[in-house]
Design a protein around this ligand. Structure first.
Ligand code: HEC
Length: 161
């Protein structure tokens, strides 16, 4: 190539290089849906079912079962109750993690949803400081435990007492 031709050639290359980025497809950014399923796939349980029950769900739900005898009186106590209702409500989400769901899955999911629903209501009534409404949630809360236990807790109801 002559000097002149190669300069033209180089200029053409430079122009092409500049035009290229606009033509290459944008880097593949994952869709919201892909990110969500990736998030779900990466969830790993840390505690056992028994630990979740004994340390998270049982002590925190008790605060609602005993709302009439252990009624919060101060702002700090209402704050503690809020933390507890939040905890057992959110714990229902932990029960819905893929590696915690038990067979038959539909039954498990609907039982966990009972706890989720009553947890949400309990959090709302705690923020309203409505003791009567919280007391009225007791049956629903109790049923959420009993329903799942009758389906999934081995030997449930067989023990004396
Ligand atoms: C979606 C299902 C589900 C719901 C809802 C549920 N549990 Fe459980 N619970 C279980 C299973 C399953 C076990 C048996 C644990 C195991 O398999 O190791 C259990 C066991 C327990 C235990 C005994 C744990 C031990 O090892 O000693 C307690 C206490 C308990 N649950 C409390 C509660 C309370 C209180 C509620 C309601 C506020 C509740 N659970 C709601 C599934 C559930």
């Amino acid at each position: 190539m002559t000097m002149r031709k190669s300069v033209v050639f180089l200029l053409a290359c430079a122009a092409l290089a500049q035009a290229l980025p606009a033509q290459t497809p944008p880097a593949q950014t994952p869709s919201r849906q892909e990110l969500e399923s990736e998030a779900v796939r990466s969830m790993r349980r840390i505690g056992s079912m028994s630990q979740l029950m004994v340390h998270l769900i049982y002590p925190t739900s008790n605060a609602v079962f005993y709302i009439e005898t252990r009624t919060p009186t101060t702002d700090a106590e209402w704050g503690e109750l809020e933390a507890k209702t939040l905890m057992f409500g959110e714990a229902a989400n932990l029960l819905l993690m893929p590696d915690r769901i038990r067979e038959p899955e539909e039954q498990w999911i609907s039982d966990a949803q009972l706890l989720l629903a009553v947890g949400r209501a309990a959090l709302r009534e705690t923020r309203n400081r409505d003791v009567e409404a919280l007391a009225n949630l007791n049956d629903q809360l109790y049923q959420s435990c009993v329903s799942c236990h009758s389906h999934f807790r081995g030997g449930y109801g067989l023990r004396p007492g």
